[in-house]
Design a protein around this ligand. Sequence first.
Ligand code: F6P
Length: 534
Amino acid sequence: MWSDIEKRGRDALTRDMTEMLESGDRVGSFNVTFGDLLFDYSKTQMSTDDREALLTLARQAKLAEKRDAMFNGHRINETEGRAVLHTALRNLSGRSIHVDGADVMPGVLDTLTRMEHFAEAIRDGSFTGQGGAITDVVNIGIGGSDLGPVMAYAALAPYADGPRVHYVSNVDGAHIHDTLKGLDPTTTLVIVASKTFTTIETMTNAETAKRWMAEQVTDPAAQFAALSTAADRTADFGIDPSRVFGFEDWVGGRYSVWGPIGLSLMIAIGPNDFRDFLSGGHEMDMHFCGAPLAQNMPVMLALTGIWHNQGQGHATRAVLPYDQRLLRLPAYLQQLEMESNGKRVSMDGADLKVDSGPVVWGEPGTNGQHAFYQLIHQGSRVVPCEFMVAARGHEPDLAHHHQLLVANCLAQSEALMRGRSLDEARALMAAKGLTGDELDRQARHRVFPGNRPSTTLIYPQLTPHVLGQIVALYEHRVFVEGVILGINSFDQWGVELGKELANSLAPVLAGDDAGADKDPSTRALVAYVQAHRA
Ligand code: F6P
């Protein structure tokens, strides 16, 4: 079955997308709408037959059954023996969800209510620091305990009417130093966000923040909250249980923004807008569970991804939001997609027969246009591009900016597809008065191969509800791709070895030990640092 998709994908590489668009109702057929969202994949080389083959692939992988198993609390994360139920965190429908016979929803809703009371108390000033109402919140976390809230906080800036929120993730002391500089510890709340409460970066930063606060605050722990599954460790850290917001092991780190890990976002935008974010995600869940595969947005986004990566052999994909407030979305999606699907063995431990998830990268437009789009348009490798743009911005008095933004977004997908032929380039050079060899030479530099695929996701405006829809859309896209590849999208064993070795190297760097058990290259690097440290 993979050989069929690979053959189809490779055969289609020379297919002319412009001609494809002119025959039949491709535009009407190669898109999916859900609510106010439109996903257009007509600017690809996928034919109707190819799409059918991809849908067959999804059916053969038992996508619908596996999706239902996830939503119904089965332990589909087999290497960790866990259910996968981040969808329960946004289930505001009143439907029960069971894990091993027990309904998880009362606990989820109780924690949501506690979060809301706490967020409101901070926002209305009834929860205070030693110096008065909280003016600043510092969220300390990394990976899934950082990227979700940091991405959503930037995305929803027009809705942020609470205290300022700052995010510290990197163990590099520069990050916490630069963040705390200028903050008043007596009016700052520190949130330690860590599912495990053992992550070295987070715990190191949390201890540093506590010392910083202790310089001016008599009871620093009283201005700390914790978001974690490890109640014993949060207690050891000294955080009162009333400010600990727990969740279960069935919430994966990179899927956790919907629950307690989203507390900083809730404090910033308020519980009502946070609920809108949840309900957007929940609506996408309902669509994913109910829509036929061919009209199912996450499924078609995933199949387009499979087509480009495993089918056509394009090793990377660019996520290009024409939305400055989505500037952290590419980083968020890098974790979501690459930590989930960057695997080389299938569920049963056998080697994958095809490449796994692609390299995901990107930047907001139009900035990227002035940086790496040169390669996208004229480089020798094809990069499928995923454009995103809102029909309207949040600044009515700057509508002309938004018009330019949208024009640029649409122009890029058009340019990628159309390209510019040698004849067209020659005509341009001739019009400038060039002739002979010089005309030919200059024209060749101005040729765009074109026929390069892209997709476009358009939404009305980046509201909390729409952001919820978009994030859930991408989560389910990752799930569908993982099911088709036959991998476990919910573990992340690949991050462990580096952590172990860093733990063994830290004491070496702290002392004069040459690290005898290390390889010669690493020993030489250690020696350099030891020679140059202050
Ligand atoms: O990088 C590995 C990882 O486990 C991620 O999956 C996770 O989001 C991150 O570390 C942070 O983990 P924790 O929330 O337990 O501190």
